[in-house]
Design a protein around this ligand. Structure first.
Ligand code: DLL
Length: 434
């Protein structure tokens, strides 16, 4: 099923001419309204009029996460605040989040893109959508919510957490579709089984849209089997719009169609920044071409993928990106929350008695991510009373919970016990098997 036949099946030539028109308008707009982009263009000797074809995209400077941080909170908005009807945010590399804004039209565009996403998964009017993506500054909850309403489905805005209650509602309300992170889906299934409920038989769910964190074909098979559903992959990021950047179709389930009439994808070599041809793996870069409040020019996602231009059996003409296979930075996604080791480091360094030697052990137990922070204490604290150590451990757990909303375990270790490295310190041991 296709939500918007007119755009989702545009022949390539017509699509490219639409993209060029929209790209030019976006470039004009950011040059005129966002000092950051004007400065960058000027430094590169680039005028908006230099963009004459899609190939000229490569003349445009990249935008990176630190640019967003440096312009915190609203410095990259392209419209006055009075035209912004919504803000969302996600973790940055330091304690401050990165903040994005939406005009009324942006919210409308986003609902359209999420309507396409859900429709591509086979969800339609008459379906009941159990939406366990978190509501709030995270884009998952409200993104899926508006899309489900747009197609006329009934939404259960359950958000994340309180798993037993979720299961009761899934049993009693009979949702036919679910939207959540893939790891949460597996956790829901575990808890359901503990409650004597068989997710394959006792729920009416037919299909799920899973994303916001990396997962594998193996996990897809597991989820499909446990729930007896179709599981499709959906992708997006706050900086670009939230979910609704690309999504799989239920017909093929092989790669995610990028909504190219709104976002131009590129794959670049992360070392040189050079664009790579179709089929080659590299870093995903997006340029938004319809957004008003927060346009992004060549935003480097740090996500690794590749693009496939082959026509799909579903009839959509948009290129497909392969599922995300990694990142070029050290960002971790713990229970759907983006976490940078540098953020944890800065939290630790605020605490008296801790040394800048730490390691993060990430694992998955009962389908829930766990994180243990091992950190060295200094000699003085180490020879102090046990009580003092307990106070510090509690403070670490508390501060990290405050920062990310994620519970961790803290283990204080003797001075000089964390392995020193000769090159880059290995801060993260990720034992999760996807
Ligand atoms: O995770 C938006 C989203 C919500 C997508 C709900 C899908 C469903 P952020 O919190 O800004 O936004 O995190 C974006 O999450 O750069 C990827 O590293 C990762 N990510 C998102 N979707 C997928 C996916 C939302 N399907 C970051 N597979 C991105 C792998 C994903 N990684």
């Amino acid at each position: 099923m296709i939500w918007n036949e007119e755009f989702e099946t545009l022949p390539r030539e017509a699509l490219e001419s639409l993209q060029l028109k929209r790209l030019k308008a976006t470039v004009d707009r950011v040059y005129a309204t966002v000092p950051f982009y004007k400065k960058k263009f000027d430094e590169a000797g680039l005028k908006p009029s230099h963009i004459k074809s899609l190939k000229d995209m490569r003349l445009l400077p990249f935008t990176v996460k630190t640019d967003l941080r440096d312009n915190y909170p609203f410095g990259l908005f392209s419209v006055p605040m009075e035209s912004v009807v919504r803000v969302h945010a996600s973790s940055g590399t330091t304690g401050k989040p990165i903040v994005v804004g939406y005009t009324r039209r942006d919210i409308d565009t986003w609902a359209e893109l999420m309507a396409r996403t859900l429709t591509a998964a086979g969800i339609h009017k008459g379906d009941i959508v159990h939406n366990s993506y978190g509501y709030g500054l995270f884009t998952g909850g409200l993104g899926a919510h508006y899309g489900a309403e747009r197609i006329g489905a009934s939404v259960i805005p359950i958000s994340g957490g309180n798993t037993k209650r979720q299961i009761m509602i899934m049993k009693d309300f009979g949702p036919t579709a679910i939207t959540c992170t893939p790891s949460y889906a597996l956790h829901l299934a575990d808890v359901a089984r503990d409650m004597g409920i068989d997710p394959a038989k006792d729920f009416k769910i037919r299909v799920g849209c899973f994303g916001a964190e990396p997962w594998s074909e193996k996990m897809r098979e597991q989820i499909e089997k446990i729930f007896n559903i179709d599981a499709v992959d959906i992708f997006g990021l706050t900086e670009v719009i939230g979910p609704g950047v690309s999504s799989e179709c239920i017909e093929a389930k092989r790669g995610l169609h990028v909504f190219e009439d709104h976002f131009i994808p590129e794959i670049i070599d992360p070392e040189t920044g050079e664009p790579l041809p179709y089929g080659e793996k590299g870093e995903l870069v997006f340029t938004s071409i319809t957004k008003e409040a927060f346009p992004v020019i060549r935003y480097r996602t740090r996500d690794i993928s590749c693009l496939n231009p082959e026509l799909c059996i579903c009839g959509r003409t948009f290129v497909r990106m392969e599922r995300i296979t990694g990142r070029t930075d050290d960002m971790l996604i713990i229970r759907g929350v983006n976490v940078f080791p540098s953020q944890i480091e800065s939290a630790l360094m605020q605490i008296e008695g801790l040394e800048p030697h730490y390691q993060l052990i990430v694992d998955r137990k009962n389908n829930l991510d766990t994180i243990e922070v091992q950190v060295e204490v200094n000699e003085r604290i180490f020879s102090d009373e046990v009580k003092q150590l307990e106070v510090i451990e509690k403070r670490v757990v508390h501060d990290i919970k405050e920062m990310f909303g994620v519970s961790c375990k803290c283990t204080l270790v003797e001075p000089k016990t964390i392995q020193r490295s000769e090159g880059k310190a290995k801060r993260v041991i990720d034992k999760r098997q996807l």
